[in-house]
Design a protein around this ligand. Structure first.
Ligand SMILES: Nc1ncnc2c1ncn2[C@@H]1O[C@H](COP(=O)(O)OP(=O)(O)OP(=O)(O)O)[C@@H](O)[C@H]1O
Ligand SMILES: [Mg+2]
Length: 159
């Protein structure tokens, strides 16, 4: 499977949101976006951007910490999963993650704390890793697996 890696530094939440938005604009049905990084590194902020790119108002988008999953309706159906409270892939299965992924088959699944369930996610995916550099700076590494995500990254880099 084709792969591509790209890294950017954002200086403030609006830059992280805009990056998400540019990706969201290009997503097609059946996209899986895996977000990895510690508390407060910008996963939800980036998700708001992805949703904006899919014509979902950002005020609708919040971490579904108690429900595991939020559902938004925009250009595509978005399932926003937050796995903070689950331990590993086996607990992920217990809370029905495979059903959520199946429901997002024609939509978009955005998964916070995705490192806990990476083996359960499809091979074709965009993995986004967030790293704190300072209070307002984050390094965001985008790892595309599969032709469609590789194409999106290439396009992003050329803009
Ligand atoms: N460059 C940046 N990118 C993203 N967020 C930033 C940046 N600089 C500062 N912030 C701040 O960091 C916080 C990121 O919060 P956010 O809820 O997106 O993180 P999270 O990774 O989803 O956290 P959690 O693990 O609790 O779900 C926000 O308060 C935001 O304003
Ligand atoms: Mg969050």
């Amino acid at each position: 499977m084709s792969e591509r890696l790209s890294s950017v530094v954002t200086r403030g939440p609006s830059a992280t949101r805009e990056l998400g938005e540019r990706i969201g604009e290009e997503l097609g049905p059946g996209s899986v976006i895996a977000l990895i990084g510690e508390l407060g590194c910008g996963k939800t902020c980036f998700t708001k951007g992805i949703c904006a790119g899919l014509a979902i108002p950002k005020k609708q988008v919040n971490s579904p910490t108690f429900a595991f999953v939020n559902e938004y309706h925009g250009r595509l159906l978005v399932l926003h999963l937050d796995l903070y409270r689950i331990e590993d892939a086996s607990t992920g299965l217990d809370v029905g993650i495979m059903d959520y992924l199946a429901r997002a088959r024609n939509g978009v699944a955005v998964v916070e704390w995705a490192e806990k369930v990476l083996p359960l996610l499809p091979d074709e995916r965009l993995v986004v890793r967030f790293e704190f550099l300072s209070a307002r700076k984050r390094r965001i590494e985008l790892a595309a697996s599969g032709a469609r995500f590789v194409r999106i990254l290439r396009h992003l880099e050329s803009r």
